[in-house]
Design a protein around this ligand. Structure first.
Ligand code: PHE
Length: 330
């Protein structure tokens, strides 16, 4: 019997364990052969013989079970080692995509205003004359319509020329106070170094009770926002005109290329125009049926921000699908 314990102990594989099990416990195995000897054993020794044999049977079974478990664990460990994948291995083929620089810039702009508790509103790109112009204090034949060369469809429908119609839609469907931005694509018939027929804007609108919103509030948030986007720049407000705001201003930052010294990009003025803003014109509130409120609004072109942040000279290059350019933003 002893030799079988040693055999179990030195078994090196699950196959060997199975062989031993058959040799010990099988129909023609050694245990069966031992039990067969009972017949020849004198009656008074039978009980002791059987007891010893049964003890061996139990112990061999236990030894076999334990060894089997041990070998199975070892086999599993070996398999895991052999099949392991080194995820840190360098793969020359892996290429990763990235957000378009204009979308990266848009995300950053949105991130700022969301952190200032503005909600994000969207609207359709196909608009009607009322929301794009009329309600924004731009009646038909108003000369200021020329500021935005428009793509028209039939029946007074058009491609929105700015994201301002979203402020009209939001005001008409909710009640003040309102703190919103409207990011999105807009369309104008324009094509040169700094204009493409499709570009992106972020419009901002804040409306609260009459007398609560001042130009100082507008100035504060835009200055803070521009420093968030461009770092330490000087910010300048210049009186301007928009039909939907009164008073209106255009906002300049000190030129990021020459730090205000004067260069080709800023036409030697030291300043770059980056957005338009103003106090919401009472005619706009009237068009949406708001009474006793005050508010400010602003609008900016995302591509212009992206060009200034990344120092891109030609706006059109952003839309040519040029991988050499785009890969730099991955
Ligand atoms: N909608 C204006 C434009 O596209 C920008 C703007 C928005 C100006 C809100 C003032 C206030 O030119």
């Amino acid at each position: 019997m002893k030799e079988w314990y040693e055999k179990i102990d030195s078994a090196a594989s699950l196959e060997q364990i199975e062989e031993i099990r058959i040799a010990v416990f099988g129909k023609k195995g050694i245990l069966a052969a031992e039990f067969a000897k009972m017949k020849q054993i004198p009656n008074e020794e039978k009980a002791a013989f059987a007891k010893e044999l049964n003890e061996h049977k139990q112990k061999l079974n236990e030894a076999l079970g334990m060894k089997k478990e041990e070998l199975a664990l070892k086999a599993l460990e070996e398999a895991m080692k052999a099949e392991a994948i080194d995820v840190t291995l360098y793969s020359p083929k892996s290429a990763s995509g990235a957000l378009h620089p204009v979308m990266q810039t848009m995300d950053r702009i949105v991130e700022y205003f969301v952190s200032m508790n503005f909600s994000v509103q969207t609207g359709g790109m196909v608009e009607d004359d009322f929301h794009n112009f009329e309600a924004l204090n731009l009646p038909k034949y108003h000369p200021a319509r020329d500021m935005q060369d428009t793509f028209y469809f039939k029946d007074e429908m058009l491609l929105r020329t700015h994201t301002s119609p979203v402020q009209i839609r939001t005001m008409r469907s909710t009640t003040p106070p309102i703190r919103m931005i409207a990011p999105g694509a807009v369309f104008r018939r324009d094509y040169d170094l700094t204009h493409t027929p499709m570009f992106h804007q972020v419009e901002g609108l804040l409306v609260d009770k009459e007398g609560k919103v001042s130009f100082a509030n507008l100035k504060f948030i835009l200055e803070d926002f521009l420093k968030y986007m461009f770092g330490e720049v000087d910010v300048r407000f210049r009186p301007s005109f928009f039909p939907f705001t009164e008073p209106s201003a255009e906002v300049d930052i000190s030129c990021v290329f020459c730090k205000g010294e004067g260069c080709r990009v800023c036409s030697h003025t030291g300043w770059l125009e980056v957005l338009g803003c103003g106090i919401v014109d009472p005619n706009v509130f009237e068009a949406v049926g708001y009474k006793n409120v005050s508010g400010y609004a602003f609008g900016l072109g995302v591509e212009r921000f992206a060009m200034l942040i990344h120092r891109i000279g030609d706006l059109r290059s952003l839309f040519e699908g040029d991988m050499k350019l785009l890969e730099q933003f991955a």
